[in-house]
Design a protein around this ligand. Structure first.
Ligand SMILES: [Zn+2]
Length: 693
């Protein structure tokens, strides 16, 4: 699945992502925020003049001008490693969702409420979870221990994939065929790692070496918690690290994977068996109950060849240790407290600099949303997303889409032939706003209050069955990939649609009661961003039907690439913490979407105001319409993050940190400088700006 999101941090994909002197991470004291007693977070505001830092010149550092007050008032809560407007809103959405879940757990009125109420209640039952310890894992360990021949590895790996959230050796997917998007096919891609990126295994520097040693200690800890001796756990930790390091060496980088050609190699099953004969592919696909198919997408054939060599080279005991640790690691956050603590200590504290685990009710709310998002979302949208919000968003999307069409028409560097095809693609865009027209049917998912791990496993099996059920069927274009309460949005190039859950159509991003300028600045940026994804370095390779299809003339593609290079260089120069630069190639799609998005949102606002007989220079509460637009945009991206978190995100998250999302784009858009009376040559209005769209 290849989806470009707005914030990229939603853990709730249904099917399954200069200097920093002032905004240095500052973190609240432990214990001040991670309340075990749920309390309602304050209501949020779209455009708040009180958050502006008037001591900062907007022409020198617009991000700190727009966000200065917010940055000071919003230290990172101790149960977070990043705190921004997305997390602030998600926290509020989750609290409101929690109140629904609690009611459903205590007094369910419908069968659906009983189901998600039970799921939530099982998760909240820490007495039972602690009493069970690692016992829920025993049946899985027994299967792994019983392996006495490498030929059996595939069947056990399939069993774990089919019955738990474990991922082993590679990533399995059901996806749209990228050259014929009407087909849904089986796919396998590189994977099988535990650390956030292949670089964590491969980079030779003291910081990464230290993380690897702490990772090794974590593996030892959880294996010991599961009953192994110190010696045995140490041996197995070395085996796991060796296997994962070999998989990392065989993996392409995230930048390489941005190229759709690096994710697509259709092969018959017979050819796959020849490519990697040491793994029982027939047994694996039968084991996950995949439908019989002639062919599949083997995303990275070289990876699977290397994996085959690895399986041949490793001892049976080492491979079993890898399976065991992966099964345990997938369950550990939800096993008894010592497992959850060890998981938190390594993945959140060590890797991301977070001080405390979120309260149980927060974790269980998120887990219930992941498992039953379209069930729990039904009451939530009724309570939190009025029909008028949907209608107003539709009008805003239409205005921004029209502005994009006019923008394409006016491009001096693009030929008429390519323009016609770009406009055809734009015409073919679909949009989804708020929540699904048809809710997912969860009737085949069994939930009980007897063991949360079993609920979690059945949910993983349910989601796998749902995906497998799509193979060979027409694409359901009405399906969503995010839950309704998610504070995020996405573009899918293979469906060519943009989706905005009700969860993001809330202050501080959206407020239909407020003036168009602030709505176009904050949410309009999001709408423009998702539309532009259809034409970024990746999206531009797909046509309006969602097929990878080179629809550009060579000359236009070359001119486009030159423009992209300017943006790559611009963002490469940004340095969120001393010595750490952004990766302009990894973030290229997101940065292109931000830069194009702000321009078409602004044009959409100008057109909307003119229809209402207003001008961009009119003033409301002392700010012109365009100043309000830019301030609302800036205030949608205020962000505090720990240094450790920034380091992980620079490696893994294609989105630039908030500071650069804002200062990066205003530098490239002269209308900003004009709105604030900047001089050409000032930092926010440089003489050499980049422009892709
Ligand atoms: Zn995006």
């Amino acid at each position: 699945m290849c989806i470009a999101s707005l914030a990229g941090r939603s853990a709730v994909l249904l099917l399954l992502t200069s200097t920093f002197a002032v905004a240095q991470a500052f973190v609240a004291d432990a214990g001040t925020s991670s309340s075990q007693t749920p309390t309602e977070p304050k209501a949020l505001t779209l455009f708040d003049a009180g958050l502006i830092d008037k001591t900062v010149d907007p022409c020198v550092d617009f991000y700190r001008y727009a966000c200065g007050g917010w940055l000071k008032k919003n230290p990172i809560p101790s149960d977070q490693s990043i705190w921004d407007r997305f997390s602030e809103l998600q926290e509020r959405n989750s609290y409101l969702l929690y109140t629904d879940l609690k009611k459903a757990a205590d007094t369910p009125h419908t069968a659906l409420q009983r189901k998600y109420g039970d799921y939530f209640a099982a998760c909240m039952n820490t007495d039972l979870v602690d009493r069970l310890g690692s016992r829920p894992m025993l049946p899985f360990f027994a299967r792994i221990n019983a392996i006495h021949d490498k030929k059996q590895i595939a069947a056990v790996a399939a069993y774990l994939t089919a019955n738990t959230p474990t991922t082993i050796f590679f990533r399995f997917a059901v996806e749209q065929d990228q050259v014929d998007s009407s087909k849904q096919i089986l796919a396998i891609h590189q994977g099988g790692l535990t650390l956030p990126d292949r670089d964590y295994y491969l980079e030779d520097n003291p910081r990464m070496a230290d993380i690897r040693e702490k990772y090794r200690a974590f593996i030892v800890d959880v294996l010991k918690l599961a009953g192994e001796s110190e010696n045995q756990a140490k041996t197995e930790a070395s085996q796991v690290l060796e296997i994962e390091t070999a998989l990392a060496q065989a993996s392409l980088s995230r930048v390489e994977l941005r190229n759709p050609d690096k994710r697509y190699h259709i092969m018959t099953f017979a050819a796959l068996r020849d490519l990697a004969p040491g793994f029982d592919w027939s047994g694996w696909f039968a084991g996950i109950h995949a439908p019989q198919q002639e062919a599949l997408n083997v995303g990275q054939p070289e990876f699977f060849k290397a994996e085959d060599r690895l399986i041949a080279a490793q001892s049976l005991e080492a491979l079993k240790a890898y399976l065991k640790f992966h099964a345990l690691n997938a369950a550990a956050p939800w096993l008894s407290q010592p497992f959850a603590d060890a998981t938190f200590d390594f993945f959140e504290k060590t890797l991301r600099g977070q001080i405390e685990q979120p309260a149980r009710w927060k974790r269980c709310t998120a887990a219930t949303d992941r498992a039953l998002g379209e069930a729990v979302g039904q009451d939530w949208v009724r309570e939190n997303f009025p029909p008028q919000a949907k209608q107003n968003t539709e009008r805003m999307v239409a205005a921004i889409k029209k502005a994009f069409a006019e923008d394409i028409e006016s491009l001096p560097w693009m030929s008429d032939d390519t323009k016609r095809l770009a406009e055809a693609k734009l015409d073919a865009f679909r949009q989804k706003i708020g929540y699904p027209d048809h809710w997912r049917d969860y009737s085949s998912l069994t939930v009980t209050r007897n063991s949360f791990i079993m609920d979690l496993n059945r949910s993983a099996a349910f989601q796998l069955a749902l995906r497998l059920g799509k193979v060979g069927k027409p694409v359901d274009e009405t399906e969503w990939n995010m839950t309704p309460t998610t504070a995020d949005a996405y573009y899918s190039p293979t469906v060519n649609d943009i989706s905005f859950p009700a969860g993001i159509l809330q202050p501080p991003f959206y407020d239909f009661r407020k003036d168009p300028a602030v709505n176009f600045g904050a949410m309009g940026l999001g709408v423009g961003h998702e539309l532009t994804h259809g034409f970024d370095d990746q999206g531009s390779k797909y046509d309006g039907h969602g097929n990878v299809n080179p629809w550009w003339t060579d000359a236009d593609r070359a001119a486009f690439q030159k423009r992209l290079d300017c943006e790559i260089n611009e963002y490469n120069s940004f340095e969120p913490i001393p010595g750490v630069h952004l990766n302009g190639r990894l973030a290229l799609g997101e940065n292109t979407a931000d830069n194009g998005g702000i321009r078409i949102a602004w044009q959409g606002l100008v057109a909307t105001l003119s229809e209402q007989g207003k001008s961009i220079d009119d003033k409301i509460d002392g700010y012109t319409e365009d100043q309000r637009f830019f301030i609302a945009m800036g205030q949608s991206q205020c962000e505090n993050a720990t240094d450790e978190r920034v380091r992980v995100d620079v490696k893994t998250d294609p989105h630039s940190p908030g500071e650069f999302r804002i200062n990066g784009v205003v530098q490239n858009f002269d209308e900003f400088g004009k709105a604030f009376g900047c001089q050409k040559g000032q930092p926010m209005m440089p003489k050499d700006a980049c422009r892709v769209w």
